[in-house]
Design a protein around this ligand. Structure first.
Ligand code: XMP
Length: 591
């Protein structure tokens, strides 16, 4: 957001719910400008808003330290206020209603029955399905409020003030499972708040380019690009705004990339018109840093440190730290929010390392982040408008540490362990259980990979067998009783083996049109072998919306057959497995 833009029409106050960004995105999808702010933002900073939405959150209004609002927002001239879930409860609590602590709560689908006609629920006739996720509930609305809809468990599933523009919903209209969620937001925005349609990420490209020119002044911009969508779109915006001679991009080839990746990225940047684009070949350094390391967090740490060293060296080698340059970054909106309660205490995986030189530039304000008000889908729309090929914009996310975290390591040999439900493989992978990291073994079960009941069985087993956080099934290859753990680290040979397998999977998935509908398709090399073949391959296609949670996806039988045939023809591959684990309890990547 730049200071020249006018204030958005709607502010979503983040009370710690995973849903607050979803709410802002839904509102923008309806063509209305919306931002996310911490729940306790002072009312004075929200003057001029047409509407305020207070999001849901995991807390109870009775808990010490639970998110609070400035009560003056409930009387802000010209602004209607809609509380969702916890937002409804805090509104009721502030205004003298009765919020009771729930024992069991209500989670999942519920039938909502409208008991009074009201503009907020216009278009909802009789009964409709809504998504509920709450423990506490409002038993009696505050004075001058009336309940306008109920569910079986909930006497105040929707409430409205009789004269002021104050409203609350216990359910989540932003979630796809709520049948008429979009109509409810549309009613709120257009019938109640009187919003105009003022948000279209496409139309904003010229304004962003003007902002880049203003921020850069007569300075040049340099980027570390990753080949991902965000940094590429941000780079392209700067290229258009300032011209190719003023925008410099460096791509660090870690040697941990997929097959053809570096050439692909070079090609894309050439087509975009970048003339100052440099590939730093650092493969040997990264491989050296990973020598003999087997622990996932240690691997991530070494890779992070190596990134820092390479970036420092590049920064020091030019005059980038002089006053003639500023840093460009592909930061997007969710990364910029100082959130009320969404900060996670437990580190599941280490993602970022800060380079001192970069920190210095950030501290000095010598930075341009053209996408800092956009969500991912809006970045793609802007990229589309800039003429970046769709094939590039729709690429699956790929982790910074690359294939290294898909190449599991082991120091010694060990047998697999026969148990009642299958075999425990003596290798460990990372999982997330109750917001905490777990690092446990893998259960291999018997079954036909196409069996639709397998995922459910996997979920039951992972809950039952405390030694594991992941369940896989064998698709083809060596019989389980012949398998053993082998010795292996991140070496040139094993990386080549994984890269070849990954390329085969990518090619076949594209041919079978399988990669369109899914979020990501990691291919993992595990040190589980038989006879003279030391490794095996795990296929992990997942559905996800934001990577925070994910569902394991079934692989159609003909595609699975093709995968197995081609993968087992590669040297060194003993067996092919399919990962059946959802996230949670298993993370998307194995390390
Ligand atoms: P997990 O494995 O934690 O992954 O379920 C969630 C999403 O994050 C990606 N990921 C990373 N991305 N650097 C990145 O840029 C990393 O270190 C990293 N680790 C995981 C992962 O691919 C998935 O999309």
């Amino acid at each position: 957001m730049t200071e020249e833009q006018k204030a958005p029409q709607i502010t979503v106050l983040d009370a710690g719910g995973q849903y607050c960004h979803l709410i802002a995105r839904k509102i923008r999808e309806l063509g209305v400008s919306a931002e996310v702010r911490p729940s306790d933002t002072p009312a004075a900073e929200l003057a001029g808003r047409k509407g305020i939405v207070i999001s849901g959150g995991p807390a109870s209004v009775y808990e010490a330290g639970s998110p609070r609002i400035d009560p003056r927002i409930l009387h802000l001239p010209g602004a209607a206020v809609l509380g969702i879930c916890y937002g409804l409860q805090i509104m009721a609590h502030e205004l003298g209603g009765e919020v009771i602590r729930g024992e069991k709560g209500e989670y999942g689908m519920a039938v909502l029955r409208t008991v009074r006609s009201h503009p907020l629920l216009s278009g909802l006739n009789g009964e409709t399905r809504v998504w509920m996720s709450h423990r506490d509930r409002v038993e009696a609305p505050p004075p001058d409020f009336i309940s306008i809809a109920v569910t079986k468990e909930c006497p105040v599933a929707a409430m409205a003030h009789t004269s002021l523009p104050l409203f609350g919903l216990q359910f989540h209209p932003e979630v796809v499972h709520t049948e008429h969620g979009k109509e409810i937001y549309s009613n709120f925005l257009f019938r109640i708040c009187g919003c105009e349609r003022d948000w279209d990420p496409r139309g904003r490209v010229p304004q962003i380019e003007a902002d880049i020119r203003r921020i850069a002044g007569d300075r040049n911009v340099f980027f570390f690009v990753s080949g991902g969508v965000d940094s590429t779109v941000a780079f392209t915006l700067c290229l258009r705004a300032l011209g190719p001679e003023r925008v410099y991009g460096v791509y660090v080839d870690t040697g941990l990339m997929r097959e053809g990746e570096t050439e692909f990225v070079e090609n894309v940047f050439a087509k975009l018109g970048a003339t100052q684009f440099h590939v730093e070949d650092a493969g040997a350094r990264f491989l050296g840093a990973l020598e003999g390391v087997t622990e996932p967090e240690e691997k991530r740490k070494r890779i992070g440190e190596e990134f820092v060293a390479v970036q420092e060296r590049i920064l020091g080698s030019g005059d980038f730290l002089s006053g003639r340059w500023i840093l460009g970054q592909g930061t997007i909106y969710p990364d910029t929010i100082e959130s009320g309660g969404t900060a996670k205490a437990d580190v599941i995986k280490t993602h970022h390392n800060r380079v001192a030189g970069i920190q210095m530039l950030i501290d000095a304000g010598r930075i341009v982040e053209p996408l800092s008000s956009f969500y991912k889908d809006e970045v793609r729309q802007a990229g589309d408008e800039l003429g970046i090929p769709r094939e590039f914009l729709d690429r699956h996310p790929f982790p910074g540490p690359g294939l290294a975290i898909r190449c599991l390591c082991s120091e010694s040999e060990a047998p697999v362990d026969r148990v009642k439900d299958g075999w425990i493989l003596p290798i460990r992978s990372v999982g997330v259980q109750g917001d905490s990291r777990s690092y446990r073994q893998v259960l291999l079960i018997d079954g036909a990979p196409g069996d639709p009941g397998l995922h459910e069985r996997a979920t039951t087993l992972v809950n039952r067998e405390v030694r594991v956080n992941r369940v896989i099934v064998r698709a083809s290859g060596a019989a389980p009783e012949t398998l053993r753990r082998t010795r292996g680290t991140v070496t040139k040979d094993r990386l080549a083996r994984l890269r070849a397998a990954d390329a085969v999977v990518r090619q076949l998935a594209a041919e079978h049109d399988f990669d369109h509908g899914i979020w990501q398709f990691p291919v993992i090399l595990i040190p589980i072998g038989a006879a003279d073949r030391p490794d095996s391959i795990v296929l992990r296609p997942v559905h996800s919306v934001d990577g925070m949670t994910a569902e394991s996806v079934s692989i159609p039988a003909p595609l699975m057959t093709a995968f197995c045939q081609r993968l087992l023809a590669l040297p060194g591959i003993a067996a092919v497995f399919h990962d059946l684990t959802h996230k949670p309890p298993g993370t998307i990547e194995w390390e």
